[in-house]
Design a binder for this molecule. Structure first.
Ligand SMILES: Nc1ncnc2c1ncn2[C@@H]1O[C@H](COP(=O)(O)OP(=O)(O)OP(=O)(O)O)[C@@H](O)[C@H]1O
Length: 246
């Protein structure tokens, strides 16, 4: 059986800038998968390709055995972008109902889903404020609520906890684990090492390739290091030496 997400030979260039050179990734269903890499290494580009928002210059991606972009599969994805795509002149509640309609959540279930999503991100007491009155962290939480509103089978979060305090971060992680237990596949991009540690599997993106892949434990033992941070420095250094040999 093939993996839930299969990416084969993915390459992407913006004009002449080649960002992804050859990326192969297999992600099993129900996994919490972390995508790591230095700023500008192409993590956002890769997740945009995954969700069908961007067509790669080369390569093929399948999600749940359907070649992307597949409109049917796109409806099963919850995506939280790095910048918040929300309506600042609307209240949080109005935003949630708006997206509930976009996701075609049946009218009868909308109230329950809106309440549940607001509770997960702890915004239930701020639903009647317009988003222009929200802080940066509150907007991030609101974006997360929108991404999980329709109970997608694939949740893709691009640096979800930037600007979120440690207490709420912990409760969001607990919720991600709950969703995972119910079968949701979750992909996150992150720079935060203690978050990376929580993922079942990790891929490190660098210079257009996946230069290391495995569980946090495997990555540490393969590189003979004690922390993930050291492991990444080690892999990054090795990749750099490799690419400068060409
Ligand atoms: N729409 C675009 N047009 C042209 N270049 C782009 C575009 N989007 C991204 N890039 C370039 O592609 C490269 C990878 O960007 P991307 O946002 O995918 O990286 P990232 O790993 O997500 O970075 P960060 O961790 O800083 O968010 C960067 O050099 C960026 O300038």
């Amino acid at each position: 059986m093939s993996a839930f997400i299969e990416m084969n030979n993915i390459a992407h260039s913006y004009n002449k800038e080649s960002v992804l050179k050859e990326v192969d990734l297999s992600i099993p269903e129900g996994q919490l998968f972390g995508l790591l890499g230095p700023s500008g290494s192409g993590k956002t580009t890769l997740v945009k390709i995954m969700i069908g928002l961007l067509t790669p210059t080369n390569g093929i991606i399948h999600i749940d055995n359907q070649q992307m972009p597949s409109f049917k599969q796109m409806q099963e994805i919850g995506y939280m972008a790095q910048s918040d795509a929300l309506y600042s002149e609307l209240t949080a509640r109005e935003n949630l109902y708006f997206f509930a309609s976009i996701y075609k959540i049946p009218k009868k279930q909308q109230k329950e889903r809106v309440t549940e999503a607001a509770k997960i991100v702890d915004l239930q007491d701020h639903l009647d404020k317009t988003l222009e009155k929200y802080s940066g962290g509150m907007k991030r939480r609101m974006s997360l609520a929108v991404a999980l509103l329709h109970q997608p089978n694939l949740l893709i979060l691009d640096e979800p906890t930037v600007g979120i305090d440690p207490v709420l971060r912990a409760s969001i992680w607990e919720e991600l684990r709950n969703m995972q237990k119910q079968g949701t596949t979750i992909i996150i991009t992150t720079h935060v090492m203690d978050e990376a540690e929580k993922c079942d599997n990790l891929a490190l993106l660098r210079d257009g390739y996946v230069i290391a892949q495995g569980s946090s434990q495997q990555l540490k033992s393969k590189s003979n290091t004690d922390t993930l941070e050291e492991a990444f420095l080690q892999y990054g250094g090795a990749a750099h030496a490799h690419s400068s040999n060409h």
